[in-house]
Design a protein around this ligand. Structure first.
Ligand SMILES: C=C(O[C@H]1C=CC=C(C(=O)O)[C@@H]1O)C(=O)O
Length: 441
C-alpha cells in the first residue's frame, strides 16, 4: 500500500449523488466524523488512514506528509468541487507542548454536499482492485442520550456546579480562573503583554454508548453561522474561520470582543450589541486579533483586504465583534501551511504571541488539548477550510473500568487593560452555553 518512499498510496473515487441524505444520521454515533454548516458539509464513515503529529512542528509535518500522500494518490473525481477527491479531516492541539495528539483522518467513505451538489467518495489502497461504484453508507437509528450536567472542572465534575458566576463562593477551579485573570491583568499593566487569552474548563461524563449525533444535531440546528464539527472526539460549533482556501481564494473571519445575548429582551439585547460596537476596550482587543491574522497571512497572499469596520456577529448565545478578510493566494501554499502560519492568533493566545503563550502556560492550570487549536479539512489540491476549535468539548475514549467517557468543555476570553475578572467569568459562561446546552440531557 506504500510507495518506495513509504508514503501510503490511496485511491479516491468520487461520484455525484442523486439523492440528498441527512449527513448527521450517517455519522458513527460514538465516533462521528463530521463537518457541517447549513448547505455545506461532509460526513466520514470508517477510517482508512490516520496520521498523528505532536510538538512545535505538528502543522509543518502534517502539511508535508499530506502533500506527499496527495501526490502519490490516484484520484478519479469528475465532480471537482471543494472537498471532492481525496480529503482528510483534522484536529490540531493548541500548544506546542500539549500531550494531546494532532490528527489527520482519511475516512473510508465520505458523503458530502456543497450547496445543491452532493457526492460520495470512496477511498481504498491503490494496489487493491478498484470497485465500480462507492459503497453507500446507511443511516443508523438514533441511540440513547442521557447527556451530562457539567461540573465546575474536569477534576471536580459535581453536576450542576458549572455555571454559577453569581454564587458567593466559587469552586476552586473558578477561583483559580479568577486569580489567573487578575494576574494576567497585573502583567498587562506592567507591560509584559498587551492581551492574554485565559480559558477555563468544565468536566462531565457520558456513557460509552451515548449517541454523539444528538448534541451534534442540536449544534448544527442552532448555530447556523458556525461550523459544527466532530473529529476524533472533538465536538463543537465554531464561529471563527481561521482560514478557507479554495481555488486560489483565501478568506478568514476574525472574532474578538464579546457580549452575552439577551434574546428574551430586545432592548437589552440591542444595548449589549451597541455597547460592544462602541467600547474602546473591545475595539482595542479586536484590533489585536485582526492585526495578528493580517501579519501572519501577508507573506502568503496578495490583495489582502478586510471589512472596513468590525461588524457585530449575532449568535444565539453571544454578540461578537467580527472582521472578514479576503485575499488571493500568492504562491501554492496549502490550507494546512496557512493554518500553521496563522496559529495561534491573538483571538486565542494574545499579543505579543510569545509573551501571551508563556503567560497561558503559567496561568492556566491545565493542558488545553485541541481546544483553541485548529479543526477542519484538506483535499489533495491543498484546498481546505479550518476553524479555530472554539465552543467545543473533547470526548475521551471510554474508561475500561467504568465504561464512561470523560467530556471536557473549554472556553476563554481576551484579557486586556481594564478587564474585569467577574465580567470575564460571565463571558466564559456564555461561550460555554453551546456545549452545556447541546450536551444537556
Ligand atoms: C477564546 C474564545 O473566544 C475567542 C473568540 C471570540 C471572542 C473572544 C473574546 O471576546 O475574548 C475570544 O478571543 C473562546 O470562545 O473560548
Amino acid at each position: 500500500m506504500t510507495t518506495d518512499h513509504g508514503v501510503p498510496r490511496l485511491r479516491a473515487i468520487t461520484r455525484p449523488l442523486a439523492e440528498a441524505p441527512d449527513l448527521v444520521s450517517l455519522a458513527d454515533p460514538e465516533h462521528p466524523l463530521l463537518w457541517l454548516r447549513d448547505d455545506r458539509g461532509c460526513v466520514g464513515v470508517g477510517e482508512i488512514l490516520r496520521l498523528t503529529f505532536t510538538g512545535p512542528t505538528r502543522f509543518r509535518d502534517a502539511a508535508a506528509q499530506w502533500r506527499r500522500i496527495a501526490e502519490a494518490a490516484v484520484i478519479d473525481d469528475p465532480v471537482r468541487l471543494p472537498g471532492t477527491g481525496l480529503v482528510a479531516l483534522g484536529a490540531f492541539a493548541f500548544a506546542d507542548r500539549s500531550a494531546a495528539e494532532s490528527v489527520l483522518v482519511v475516512p473510508r467513505i465520505l458523503v458530502a454536499r456543497h450547496r445543491t451538489s452532493w457526492w460520495i467518495t470512496e477511498v481504498s489502497c491503490a494496489d487493491a482492485p478498484a470497485t465500480s461504484a462507492p459503497l453507500r453508507p446507511e443511516a443508523r437509528p438514533q441511540g440513547s442520550w442521557p447527556g451530562t450536567a457539567f461540573g465546575a472542572s474536569p477534576t471536580d465534575p459535581r453536576a450542576g456546579a458549572a455555571d454559577e458566576p453569581d454564587r458567593e463562593t466559587h469552586s476552586d477551579a473558578v477561583a483559580a480562573y479568577l486569580d489567573g485573570v487578575r494576574e494576567a491583568g497585573r502583567r498587562i499593566s506592567e507591560g509584559e503583554a498587551e492581551k492574554i487569552v485565559l480559558a477555563r474548563q468544565l468536566g462531565g461524563t457520558i456513557p460509552r454508548d451515548a449517541d454523539l449525533r444528538i448534541p451534534l444535531r442540536r449544534l448544527a440546528d442552532r448555530y447556523l453561522d458556525c461550523w459544527t464539527f466532530a473529529v476524533d472526539g472533538l465536538v463543537g460549533a465554531s464561529p471563527e474561520t481561521l482560514v478557507r482556501s479554495t481555488s486560489g481564494a483565501v478568506s478568514a473571519r476574525v472574532l474578538a470582543g464579546t457580549r452575552a445575548r439577551h434574546p428574551e429582551d430586545a432592548k437589552r439585547d440591542a444595548r449589549a450589541r451597541d455597547e460592544l460596537l462602541t467600547s474602546a476596550k473591545e475595539q482595542h482587543e479586536h484590533a489585536f486579533a485582526v492585526q495578528s491574522v493580517v501579519t501572519a497571512l501577508s507573506p502568503y497572499v496578495r490583495e489582502l483586504h478586510t471589512s472596513e469596520e468590525p461588524f457585530t456577529l449575532r449568535l444565539p448565545n453571544v454578540w461578537h465583534l467580527a472582521t472578514d478578510l479576503g485575499a488571493s493566494l500568492g504562491e501554492r501554499s496549502s490550507a494546512l501551511e496557512l493554518v500553521g502560519a496563522l496559529h495561534p492568533t491573538a483571538a486565542v493566545a494574545g499579543t505579543p504571541t510569545s509573551a501571551a503563550v508563556a503567560a497561558i502556560d503559567e496561568l492556566e492550570p491545565f493542558d488545553r488539548g485541541r481546544y483553541s487549536g485548529a479543526v477542519g479539512w484538506i483535499d489533495a489540491e491543498g484546498d481546505g477550510e479550518w476553524v479555530i476549535a472554539l465552543r467545543c468539548a473533547q470526548v475521551s475514549p471510554a474508561d475500561p473500568g467504568t465504561g464512561e467517557r470523560a467530556v471536557v468543555a473549554s472556553a476563554g476570553g481576551g484579557i486586556v487593560a481594564g478587564s474585569d475578572p467577574e465580567h470575564e467569568l460571565g463571558e466564559t459562561v456564555s461561550k460555554l452555553r453551546p456545549i452545556t446546552e447541546a450536551f444537556a440531557p
